[in-house]
Design a protein around this ligand. Structure first.
Ligand code: BGP
Length: 479
């Protein structure tokens, strides 16, 4: 490293991320109620079921509920500074609309926090990560109903009061903008997507935004030192051609995501969003109290997931691109993952710069990684995975994070997604693996649940130990 090589700041929070429904299992233990995930055996690609069915891998997931000590010890071995996890709402309020929380559920997360403290790992907690209690979905139609704000406030207050002294960083809703695309998984909205009116969908958006501000208010009342962030599914949209209409189309697509950050950071709906609603004939019910709450309780930082970029065009000959919940058009200059997600490390630098320029708030990359099919092979110290492809992916993205930091962007940390193999959100597969740690479980539900260190495990350990100095600039990394 030369004196001019950019570096990561001291105290940069290196770590990994998971979500309760994708790792915990124990779906009916400890007094837990059902969540929307318990009736989604095929993720978003297959219809949901009436009851939990045995083919739903999330019911057992990777059994983090019983193996959290072993897993956190492995995170500590990699040198994690931070671990992002979510609290299963239905462990704390099994139905969601009760007055009193479930003590057994609260005690589980006390134990998780004890374990993190033991290793000096900072927790980063997502309050709601695609796991709305099923009762709230079925009885109230989830976030379409304003009463959800009150249920969420009670839930959030319970968490802040119980864990606020131990947890500094909180996120309100995972990928809050995804409700526009997956209303059941993201917003607990039971009405089938095809039948859901835009009026109800955007009203649900408003309720979530109000609830997020309300949670921020409660957190700061309890302890002004608590840092509350929003969480956005970030996808830079590029114009497919230099045609100004394509440029505008790409801007419009990005604004669907920006709007959520604009409200969280600036405390009011932006004009372009209000115009869009007016053109759709949507009339939001926004009270004076809502307006005041949004304006007065803005977030402390902005977090986001980043996996891919996409393109937009006005051309009728569109080749729709696959990807993380929102599509766009295929970018012919980029390679894609085995699941068709475009691989674009430079896009991460773009997003970091755009968000920083726009909001001037500290940023936290709370998801990034490569879902890939891994093969377990014999290694010198037992079974392992030679996942050089994952190391390359993460190396190249982190090189761009380092560049963004050198551009002047304030980045608090990086938690790679699925630091231990877990059940995919979109496809509910185990075979879409992201981890540094291989979990012996398969799409047909077989496997011992044993954990094995992949090659990337050692790579990440060394990277963290060097505070990023072991990254390499690879020729053609963006090709
Ligand atoms: C994000 C979600 C995660 C996670 C990740 C990877 O959208 O916040 O829950 O799963 O994407 O997606 P997938 O699991 O579909 O590969």
């Amino acid at each position: 490293m030369t004196a001019t090589t950019p570096a990561f700041p001291d105290g940069f929070l290196w770590g990994g991320a998971t979500a309760a429904n994708q790792v915990e299992g124990a779906y009916n233990e400890g007094g837990k109620g059902l969540s929307v995930q318990d009736v989604m055996p095929g993720g978003i690609v297959r219809p949901r079921t009436q009851e939990p069915t045995p083919d739903n891998l999330k019911l057992e997931a990777i059994d983090f509920y019983h193996r959290y000590k072993e897993d956190i010890a492995l995170f500590a071995e990699m040198g994690f500074k931070v671990f992002r996890f979510s609290i299963a709402w239905s462990r704390i309020f099994p139905l969601g609309d009760e007055e009193q929380p479930n003590e057994e559920g609260l005690a589980f997360y006390d134990r998780v926090l004890d374990e993190l403290e033991r290793y000096g790992i900072e927790p980063l907690v997502t309050i709601s990560h695609y796991e709305t209690p099923l009762h709230l979905a079925r009885t109230y139609d989830g976030w379409a109903d304003r009463r959800m704000v009150g249920f969420f406030e009670r839930y959030a207050r319970t968490l802040f009061e119980r864990y606020g002294r131990r947890v500094r960083y909180w996120l309100t809703f995972n990928e809050i903008n995804s409700v526009l695309h997956e209303p059941f998984m993201s917003g607990g909205i039971n009405t089938p997507k095809e039948e859901l009116s835009e009026q109800d969908l955007y009203q649900a958006v408003h309720h979530e935004l109000v609830a997020s501000a309300a949670a921020t208010r409660i957190a700061h009342e309890i302890d002004p030192g608590i840092q509350v962030g929003c969480m956005i599914l970030a996808i830079p949209f590029y114009p497919l051609t230099p045609d100004p209409r394509d440029v505008w189309a790409a801007k419009q697509a990005e604004r669907d995501n920006y709007a959520f950050g604009d409200v969280h950071v600036r405390g009011a709906y932006p004009g372009y969003f209000l115009r869009k609603l007016a053109e759709k004939g949507v009339e939001l019910e926004v009270t004076e109290a809502d307006r005041a709450l949004l304006a007065e309780h803005t977030v402390d930082f902005v977090s986001f997931s980043y996996y891919m970029s996409s393109c937009e065009t006005v051309s009728q000959e569109r080749e729709s691109g696959g990807g993380n919940l929102m599509g766009g058009v295929v970018n012919p200059t980029l390679k894609v993952s085995e699941w068709g997600w475009a691989i674009d490390p430079l896009g991460l630098r773009t997003i970091l710069n755009d968000y920083w320029d726009r909001w001037g708030k500290p940023l936290f990359i709370v998801e990034n990684g490569l879902g890939a099919k891994d093969v377990l092979v014999a290694g010198p110290d037992g079974p392992t995975v030679k996942d050089g492809y994952r190391i390359d992916y993460m190396n190249d993205h982190l090189v761009q994070v380092r560049e963004a930091i050198a551009d002047g962007v304030q980045v608090l940390g990086y938690t790679s997604w699925g630091c231990i193999d877990l059940v995919s959100a979109s496809t509910a597969q185990m075979s879409k693996r992201y981890g540094f740690i291989y979990v012996d479980r398969h799409d047909d539900g077989t496997g011992t649940l044993e954990r094995y260190r992949k090659r990337s495990f050692y790579w990440y350990r060394d990277l963290i130990a060097s505070n990023g100095a072991t990254l390499v600039e690879r020729t053609g990394a963006q090709d």
